[in-house]
Write a protein that binds this ligand. Structure first.
Ligand code: ADP
Ligand code: MG
Ligand code: MG
Length: 210
């Protein structure tokens, strides 16, 4: 199985719908340990991505990912916009200019996204950020990719399951990066909003691929 530019565009539309659906939840998670804007930030970014895609879908999967990246970087402030923007930008670079993505390209894109977020935000495992969801997602996707005959839906489903577990693991953590770190020990006992949005995004991409 492979995925064209239109396939990636449809997956991003599905992601936008899920972010819209969970906008209030993400706001409330961020209100508990941040400034309460994460749901609004993410929704504004994905509404803008869909509006660009409605004008024209770029020619290649990599170009669609790049459009998502530049939209998030220009439309979304705060920590998450530049971080997710960098994730999509690194993914777009690593998948190249071919007309279709295969399973290996999707796995490479996920790893590049993780490395981009870490290069930009300097968060490591256990800092209670989206990195905790992404690390678990990439590990699960790479493990799934080792099995024979696994397709894009298979690796994305593994990534989504990994991200959900990684996000859940942030509840007990004390934040060491981002606004939540200002709370110190009081950040413990809350799900990190960025880790939750990463799990939501990967879940929506996996469903779109199935
Ligand atoms: P802001 O904190 O600027 O209001 P958002 O609320 O949109 O931005 O995003 C907050 C999320 O960004 C956090 O929940 C966390 O997952 C993520 N985050 C913050 N700083 C970092 C960082 N340095 N590295 C990775 N992720 C980060
Ligand atoms: Mg915030
Ligand atoms: Mg903010």
């Amino acid at each position: 199985m492979s995925c064209t530019a239109n396939g990636v565009a449809d997956a991003l539309r599905a992601a936008a719908a899920v972010i819209a659906e969970h906008r209030v939840e993400l706001i409330e998670l961020d209100r508990a340990i941040g400034d309460g804007d994460h749901g609004e930030n993410m929704n504004r970014g994905f509404v803008a991505i869909v509006s660009s895609l409605d004008t024209a879908v770029p020619e290649t999967p990599g170009a669609v990912l790049k459009l998502a990246a530049t939209t998030l970087i220009s439309k979304v402030g705060g920590a998450a916009g530049p971080l997710y923007g960098t994730a999509f930008l690194r993914a777009s670079t690593v998948v190249g200019t071919g007309s279709e993505l295969d399973t290996a390209a999707v796995v490479a894109g996920l790893r590049a996204a993780l490395e981009g977020v870490q290069a930009r935000g300097k968060a490591v495992e256990g800092d209670k950020t989206m990195v905790d969801a992404l690390l678990a997602a990439v590990a699960a996707a790479e493990q799934a990719a080792g099995a024979e005959g696994v397709d894009i839906a298979g690796v994305l489903t593994a990534a989504a399951d990994g991200a959900a577990k990684g996000a859940e693991s942030t509840v007990d953590m004390v934040a060491r990066k981002g606004r939540a770190s200002y709370l110190g020990e009081r950040s413990a006992g809350h799900l990190d909003p960025g880790a939750r949005s990463t799990a939501l995004l990967l879940g929506s991409l996996a469903r779109a691929a199935r």
